[in-house]
Design a protein around this ligand. Structure first.
Ligand code: RB5
Length: 151
């Protein structure tokens, strides 16, 4: 189950992503917004990401105007590794190397064609683990306040 969220700046892109997920038969839950009216992205990021950290959803896809504000808010939710991406390579490698569990994109930055390709690669790429696991563990240790700087 994929958690979807967007503010007004990402609303139209989220709707395009929903159509695509319907077409390919991927289940999602839409945490809003449900119209193009102005709404604050932090609220949407919080609600959508809670669904991921609670285990209700596997990953989040978040859209705002740039993808930046909603990714900043998402990364404040404990357990979320959100990547703001504007290209295919980054959307792929943030799964391979960072085990990102939230993909953030800008509805005022990307066209739906590229965004949908990015959604597909993000959802279909597995984390590589290995040396990248150590690095992801370090990120999470920073979040948990247990990070130890070694020489
Ligand atoms: C809203 O106008 C816009 O600031 C928001 O969608 C996003 O781009 C923030 O980072």
């Amino acid at each position: 189950m994929i958690a979807l969220g967007a503010d007004h700046g990402g609303f139209a892109l989220k709707e395009e992503i929903k159509k695509h997920l319907d077409d390919i038969g991927v289940a999602y839950k839409d945490f809003g917004t449900y119209s193009p009216e102005s709404i604050d992205y932090a609220k949407i990021a919080y609600k959508t990401c809670q669904a991921v950290v609670s285990g209700e959803c596997d990953k989040a896809i978040l859209c705002c105007g740039t993808g930046i504000g909603i990714s900043m808010a998402a990364n404040k939710v404990k357990g979320i590794r959100a990547a703001c991406c504007s290209d295919y390579f980054s959307a792929k490698y943030t799964r391979l190397h960072n085990d990102a569990n939230a993909l953030c994109m800008g509805g005022r930055v990307l066209g739906p064609g590229l965004a949908i390709e990015m959604v597909d690669v993000f959802l279909n790429t597995e984390f590589e683990g290995g040396r990248h696991q150590r690095r992801v563990d370090q990120i999470m240790a920073i979040e948990n306040g247990t990070f130890q700087i070694e020489n």
